[in-house]
Design a binder for this molecule. Sequence first.
Ligand code: PSU
Ligand code: MN
Length: 305
Amino acid sequence: MTQIPLTFSPEVTLARKNGMPLVALESTIITHGMPWPENVETAARVEAEIRAAGAVPATMAVLQGRIHIGLTEAELNALGQFTDVAKLSRADLAACMVRGGNGATTVAATMICARLAGITTFATGGIGGVHRGAETSFDISADLQELAQTPVTVVAAGAKAILDLPKTLEYLETAGVPVIAFGQDDLPAFWSRDSGLKAPLRMDDPAQIAAAAAMRAALGIPGGQLVVNPIPPEHEIPLTEIMPHVEAALVEVAAGHITAKQVTPFLLDRIYELTGGRSLAANIGLVLNNARLAARIAAASVKQA
Ligand code: PSU
Ligand code: MN
């Protein structure tokens, strides 16, 4: 039998022993989503926020072929400065491991790692989705398919306006993924609190979100839940302000023949430049907010178990 090379950080090992609530975190946001040194600073703040809420963070990555469930401070610092680290989704994970490579996990790969470690709650910024023009490009993030099959509750601030939000919702509905807006009726759109679309479900209580995940499992329904948590008002960039920058960046994607895995990182970079760094401040504010909510859901899950 193939053995899975898994390394648990000392902090996560202790948390598992003591039955503490755990929150999974992705690492592509560190390597491909934010520039250094804000990436490492933000990752450390997100982890601190989860600890302050009484839960334990488990940042996922592949280092020298081993899946790490939780990173030490030194590992996190090193990862944030790697220049040629791979972006690993479901399709890439095993190949990176057998080659002994380093890789950062996307939402999809982080969900796979979380399941391996028995972690049911995961906080991130934005998830991948159906890209605009997907009817010709077929560009649909593997994150959506992962939500359909892996039992993890993912807390995000919605999908970015770089994506086609109505198609993303349709896809999730077809895949049987509950999309739950936290505390409001509207689907949040990452930098903006409202997308103009209604979310399929709304819940106002983290304990109910945890209970819904447990009920799905009891029913034998595979897959996870997507919780969409609006960005705090003080960090919001309204849709009317962000949309012209999104449109400009999308024109550059088409003109530059940027495809496949490069699309999302390219758009994030360009929007950062076009907003004069404001998109990054918003991104940091919303990730911290998602970390706090995920910690509350994880704590409720432990209580209900
Ligand atoms: N969306 C964001 N920020 C991110 C990502 C998406 O707003 O950092 C990253 C996440 O890791 C997500 C991945 O899982 O990009 C999706 O990439 P793709 O569209 O290539 O599946
Ligand atoms: Mn894609």
